[in-house]
Design a protein around this ligand. Structure first.
Ligand SMILES: CC(C)(COP(=O)(O)OP(=O)(O)OC[C@H]1O[C@@H](n2cnc3c(N)ncnc32)[C@H](O)[C@@H]1OP(=O)(O)O)[C@@H](O)C(=O)NCCC(=O)NCCS
Length: 179
């Protein structure tokens, strides 16, 4: 039975290795290293208020994880978070864990008063959990995007008005090659 938890800190030491394994299998070793290093950096360098995470476990085995980090929009009072990275253990994919984990993560963000969540990925997959393609006129990404069609977002508060002004990501994401 799969359990969902917001206590990502309890398993923090396992998370970079899990992202490495999943992205090595789905892409290649280089991508595995990049996402593993990103997760390690997020966990180490992000101020506590700017990072949230959710885990899926099955009989205490880690089977999924998502990290959420703050996007600062200095000209807008709303709280905005970025959902990335997302991973489900390779041998447990396509059984609904990813969608349940995203739904649980969005609930946790709502509980923390987050107004809007953005992500950068496959519109076909993330559309299943309410994300829609957005343009820079709706929410500016913190860096130029290599794949603008992968810039996605959803309001959690019902306020659908565009987010004002430029954005800043946390330091772990402050690398043009990640965008
Ligand atoms: C992408 C990922 C998180 C999805 O998690 P999952 O548990 O396998 O997905 P779910 O079982 O919740 O969802 C399955 C559904 O999404 C579809 N789906 C899964 N991956 C998809 C993809 N990359 N693109 C489009 N659809 C996808 C399935 O066909 C299925 O559709 P259905 O509900 O209509 O039957 C997982 O496959 C994964 O970790 N992949 C490798 C890492 C990755 O690509 N992460 C995302 C980028 S940050």
């Amino acid at each position: 039975m799969v359990n969902l938890s917001a206590d990502y800190k309890a398993r923090a030491a396992e998370l970079p290795g899990m992202f490495r394994d999943v992205f090595t299998a789905s892409e290649n070793e280089e991508e595995g290293r990049i996402v593993s290093a990103l997760a390690a950096d997020l966990l180490k360098s992000t101020p506590e208020d700017d990072l949230l995470g959710v885990l899926a476990t099955d009989r205490d085995v880690l089977v999924g994880c998502i990290l959420f980090s703050r996007l600062h929009y200095d000209q807008d009072p709303r709280q905005v978070f970025l959902m990335s990275p997302v991973a489900v253990r390779t041998d447990r994919q396509k059984s609904g864990i990813g969608q349940r984990l995203i739904g649980f993560g969005l609930e946790q963000l709502r509980l923390h008063g987050v107004d809007f969540v953005a992500t950068y990925g496959d519109p076909a997959y993330y559309g299943k959990t309410g994300f829609q393609p957005i343009t820079e006129a709706v929410a500016q990404p913190p860096m130029p995007l290599n794949m603008p069609h992968g810039w996605l977002g959803q309001s959690l508060s019902g306020d659908e008005t565009p987010i004002e002004g430029p954005s800043r990501c946390v330091s772990a994401f402050n690398r043009p090659d990640l965008w």
